[in-house]
Ligand binder design. Structure first.
Ligand SMILES: Nc1ncnc2c1ncn2[C@@H]1O[C@H](COP(=O)(O)OP(=O)(O)O)[C@@H](O)[C@H]1O
Ligand SMILES: [Mg+2]
Length: 345
């Protein structure tokens, strides 16, 4: 049974354009789900609907079998951490974390116990007396997470919580967030535009485009089986070939090249095959199946590999080649597109 059920959520800020259009999302208890998508696609807006800052124009938000669509923010008891959700600068770490409990007029002794329990969880016990200006970015964000957790929320909402941190700290903090989330078993909705970050910590990922969820699946399935061109591009597929079905799992592209595609879902009509640059092989033998001739246009050095732009009858293909042999502009090559690496979108 799902804890969160967003159904047909539509949001418009100006009464004309819909920022979210009939968005649907179900999240099970204990899951960490990410909203992933480019800037402006509606991730924060979705989170605001869940948090209660925006009432949707239409649609329903069911939480734990209750209609929450019109429940005010302060009655939802969710933990919030936003990118710019600054700590209170005039309060020390202890008081920042205690804030949510002090609002509730709870016994002082009990507050102290609870705050230290949380500071221990976010590894900030020794910093209780420090002020936000005396902390690093990562420490501040840990305090912000502590402040969100102190009210024992049934749901944790994180909006790009790591985007103000430097690269190394971001890697470290995302592992910490995942560990913490699993330890507490807290259902979490995490917003990010960073694919790697999102894949590394999520049980499931909702890829968003223009106010809609294009695919909701495990990170593994999204990575290897994107269902639309948008999702494919977002997760690193760069080659798109127009194809049409001509036989059992056989597709033909421009130039009468035939490709076998290992796929469970047969698609007909105007479809595209897509393949990652690292999955196309430059081959020496004269294999015919799933192979195509090409000429090297551009070579770029990427450190671990060379990237080639290769012109073929299907258009220019981009290939990352990890082999020792290096080709130069004008070289004739043969390319092999393995049947199990071509995805239909
Ligand atoms: N308060 C607002 N008033 C009007 N338009 C807004 C407001 N907040 C966001 N938008 C617009 O809604 C769209 C989605 O924004 P947002 O949900 O913040 O996207 P994301 O978090 O994915 O970057 C953007 O086009 C943005 O300009
Ligand atoms: Mg945002």
């Amino acid at each position: 049974m799902e804890l969160i059920n967003l159904s047909d959520i539509t949001v418009s800020y100006d009464g004309k354009n819909n920022i979210l259009e009939k968005l649907n999302l179900k999240i099970k208890e204990g899951e960490l789900v990410s909203l992933l998508g480019p800037s402006g696609c509606g991730k924060t807006t979705t989170l605001r609907v869940v948090a209660g800052f925006i009432e949707p124009t239409s649609g329903k938000f069911i939480f734990d079998n209750e209609d929450y669509t019109k429940i005010p923010v302060h009655k939802r008891n969710f933990g919030l951490v936003f990118q710019s959700y600054a700590l209170f600068p005039h309060l020390n770490v202890f008081d920042n974390v205690a804030f949510g409990l002090k609002m509730r007029k709870i016994d002082k002794k009990l507050i102290e116990e609870e705050v230290f329990k949380i500071l221990d969880i976010v590894d900030m016990k020794n910093f209780a007396k420090r002020y936000p200006r005396e902390l690093s970015g990562g420490q501040r964000q840990r305090v912000a997470i502590g402040r969100a957790l102190i009210v024992q929320p049934k749901l944790l909402l994180l909006d790009e919580p790591l985007s103000n941190l430097d690269a190394k700290l971001r890697l470290q903090m995302r592992v910490e967030i995942r560990k913490l989330q699993q330890k507490l078993g807290i259902t979490t909705l995490f917003v990010t535009h960073d694919q790697e970050e999102c894949f590394s910590i999520s049980d499931k990922v909702a890829v968003m485009n223009k106010g809609l969820i294009e695919q909701f699946d495990t990170p593994e399935n999204i990575y290897s089986n994107p269902s639309t061109e948008f999702v494919a591009r977002f997760v690193g597929f760069e080659n798109f070939i127009d194809l049409f079905l001509i036989g059992e799992n056989i597709y033909e592209g421009k130039g009468e090249n035939k490709f076998k595609v290992d796929t469970l879902i047969k698609k007909e009509g105007n479809i595209k095959g897509t393949i990652r640059p690292e999955d196309i092989q430059i081959i020496r033998d004269d294999k015919k199946e799933n192979a195509i001739d090409g000429v090297v246009e551009i070579r770029t050095y990427l450190g671990k590999s060379y990237q080639y732009n290769i012109s073929t009858s299907l258009g220019t293909l981009i290939i990352n080649d990890f082999n020792d042999e290096v080709y130069k502009k004008g070289d004739k090559v043969k390319l092999y597109l393995p049947p199990n690496k071509i995805v239909l979108v």
